[in-house]
Design a protein around this ligand. Structure first.
Ligand SMILES: [Zn+2]
Length: 685
């Protein structure tokens, strides 16, 4: 461990003068930058997370006290900052061109023939790299400090997403000059993308927050990068790899391989799956090898990029109609095959959704053997008329789960029968229902073995019962060791059972027991939300909690009565009635009540709130509220609050720094209030 990494907190008690403070800020910024490089680029950290956090906190404190001393490359910028009203445009000093495509080996071969003919050469080296499936970006460094970044846009002009790019942990805010001098002006290009695990976690969070999940990792990466609020980008764990130069002053290398080495020397993350190929046969071999391996990668690639290695050759070949003549994108093959369906079985997901799955005669598809394919839902089965025994076309779409595209009808066996999803759950034998307006069938037993972990995780989550310390790992441990089989069992746990779990300290066990106990006095809406009833999210939970006042009253409500509730539609109403009809569910609710979990709101004593029927939107910086507390206040007074302005909005409460929402409010004739005016309305002043 070098001297560089070894920085103690200062122990003297005299206040630092400005000069000392600046020196300390520089020292901390350098140390954090170095740790970041070791962690994200070299994968070889030299300090613990706690030690890193301590340095970061010290830097944050100093910067808060002395904002004028904050450095341009300060790692504190990675957490994001205040939302922007919109993106500015940034023009690329050299256009970001697109590549021409080679659809198969033959087209790669003719690319090579043309290149060698133009250069009048018998042989030349190519570099082959994976083509990442993400969003193209350009980064600008002035004197080694990251100063601007933009999307590819139309190739000539992109969006200025500097603030968002700063939050990417692997993106160097300052370049390293130990191995190689840094050019005074440097533009580099690369791809921002998202790994499969982060993509799945993000989509789970989206679903928990009742937001639309992203269709694929590329959309998720693009959506995360193009956020006006960089704090959202900071929370998304985006990856970046650099692979191409833009304009670079005072810099000369002879080949693309050397350029890759320069990127590494400067501390940029580079994808390691590149290869130098002396012949087009080697290019094709490497391309095919990556195609075979793509399923094993933690991220999506959709082909390869082959570049002429020598830069003087690249210059001689030049550009033709917006594509460089010295590079080509090799596309991976469309992945469709024909096979037969051996059987169709229902499979229960974490949320209780039943997906019909076709067991296939195993078939080679895009480098992997595929033995199962999804049929999505009953409507898809009906539409495609897919049956057991059918000969079908299967494909891997969007790099995720293989699906059945269609049945080949003239190969259908004589006595085949249409397939219907059974009305009993294959995991727990519980009732399977399909609500009107829903594509999927669901097992609605809240203790279903296939769903129990997901349901418990939801139940204990912050927006539900908020049981602190009850994380995913603990849920897994408890379910796997048969200590809990339903949400009610959480309240039957004892200290000894918890403390005996592997890696559980007695103090943590005590804390968790305390958190479980205090969750018994949680608000009714939290319990309703925690039950995880289809389509009943946080907001609807609050609405029905306020109307009915107890689980008993809610359980006795009819579809008509529920539908008469403001904001409760027929799908939600029917889902609720179905849920409370289920005897397994009622048993769990009975147990929860026995454990003391039976919150009641006295609805008879409550009058209509002063904001009843009114809708609020908050924007800008508020002094007395944050967005959450303002929302809770409005809701407690019978009003509603939303994130964006629409014709239904009655009031926009705008603090300093409010952006485009003011304009929109004016356009729609929405009344605008200052925070003080709002406080007067609620009687706070
Ligand atoms: Zn089930």
């Amino acid at each position: 461990m070098g001297r560089f990494f070894f920085i103690h907190r200062r122990l003297h008690f005299q206040p630092m003068d400005l000069q000392q403070t600046l020196a300390r800020i520089r020292e901390l910024t350098d140390a954090l930058t170095e740790h970041n490089h070791r962690y994200y680029i070299l994968d070889d950290p030299s300090v613990s997370d706690a030690a890193y956090d301590a340095l970061l906190r010290e830097l944050q404190d100093l910067e808060t006290k002395h904002p004028e001393l904050k450095l341009a490359d300060s790692p504190t910028q990675r957490v994001g900052s205040q939302p922007l009203a919109g993106f500015e445009q940034l023009t690329h000093s050299i256009p970001m061109l697109s590549l021409s495509n080679a659809m198969d080996d033959e087209e790669l071969t003719s690319f090579d023939v043309r290149v060698r003919k133009d250069l009048e050469l018998d042989q030349l080296d190519y570099v082959v790299e994976p083509k990442l499936d993400g969003l193209g970006v350009e980064l600008v460094y002035v004197d080694g400090v990251f100063t601007a970044g933009s999307t590819r846009g139309d190739g000539f002009t992109g969006e200025n997403i500097t603030k968002n790019l700063r939050t990417l942990k692997a993106l160097p805010l300052r370049l390293r000059d130990k191995e190689r001098p840094i050019p005074p002006y440097l533009e580099v290009r690369g791809e921002v993308f998202m790994g499969h695990a982060d993509f799945e976690q993000l989509n789970e969070r989206q679903l928990d927050q009742e937001k639309q999940p992203f269709a694929n990792p590329r959309n998720a990466a693009a959506g995360s990068l193009r956020q006006l609020d960089s704090r959202i980008t900071a929370s998304r764990n985006l990856l970046i790899n650099l692979y191409a130069p833009g304009q670079i002053d005072n810099f000369a290398v002879e080949s693309h391989m050397e350029f890759i080495q320069a990127l590494k020397d400067w501390g940029f993350p580079v994808n390691d799956l590149y290869e130098l190929c002396p012949t087009i046969q080697n290019v094709i071999q490497f391309h095919n090898k990556l195609e075979q391996n793509r399923e094993n990668l933690e991220y999506d690639i959709d082909g390869t990029v082959t570049k002429v290695n020598r830069l003087d050759y690249q210059n001689r070949l030049g550009i033709r109609s917006r594509s460089p003549r010295w590079a080509i994108a090799g596309k991976f093959k469309a992945r469709q095959e024909i096979t037969t369906i051996l059987s169709i079985v229902p499979s229960v997901g974490r949320t209780g959704a039943i997906t019909p799955v076709a067991n296939l005669e195993p078939v080679h598809l895009g480098g992997v053997m595929v033995a199962r394919a999804t049929l999505h839902n009953q409507d898809e089965i009906d539409r495609k008329d897919v049956r057991e025994g059918d000969t079908v076309v299967v494909q891997r779409a969007g790099d995720v789960i293989p699906e059945v595209v269609k049945a080949i009808l003239d190969k259908r066996p004589a006595k085949s029968q249409p397939y219907f999803i059974p009305d009993r759950c294959p995991a727990c034998d519980g009732h399977v229902v399909r609500l009107e307006g829903e594509a999927k069938h669901y097992c609605q037993n809240i203790s279903c073995a296939a769903q129990i972990k997901g349901r418990i995780e939801h139940f204990v989550a912050k927006r539900c019962l908020d049981i602190d310390g009850f994380g995913t790992k603990l849920v897994s441990q408890l379910v796997d060791e048969n200590l809990i089989g339903s949400i009610a069992d959480i309240y039957a746990l004892n200290l000894e059972q918890l403390a005996n779990l592997e890696r559980m300290a007695e103090k943590s066990a005590l804390n968790i027991m305390g958190a479980i106990d205090s969750s018994k006095s949680a608000d009714l809406w939290r319990l309703i939300h925690g039950l995880g009833i289809r389509n009943v999210g946080e907001h609807i939970s609050k609405v029905i909690a306020n109307k009915y006042g107890s689980l008993q009253a809610l359980g006795e409500a009819t579809v008509e009565d529920l539908e008469a509730t403001h904001e409760v539609g027929p799908i939600v109403a029917r889902g609720l009635v179905e849920f409370f009809k289920d005897s397994d569910n009622l048993e769990i609710l009975g147990k929860l009540s026995q454990h003391g979990l039976n919150p009641i709101i006295d609805v008879s004593a409550r009058s209509e709130g002063i904001f009843s029927g009114l809708s609020f939107v908050f924007t800008g910086k508020l002094e007395h509220f944050n967005r959450d507390s303002a929302r809770v206040l409005v809701e407690s007074l019978g009003g509603a609050s939303a994130n964006s302005i629409s014709k239904k909005t009655d009031y926009l409460v705008a603090g300093p720094g409010a952006g485009s929402k003011i304009e929109k409010a004016n356009k729609l004739g929405v009344k605008i209030l200052t925070e003080d005016e709002f406080r007067t309305m609620v009687g706070a002043e």
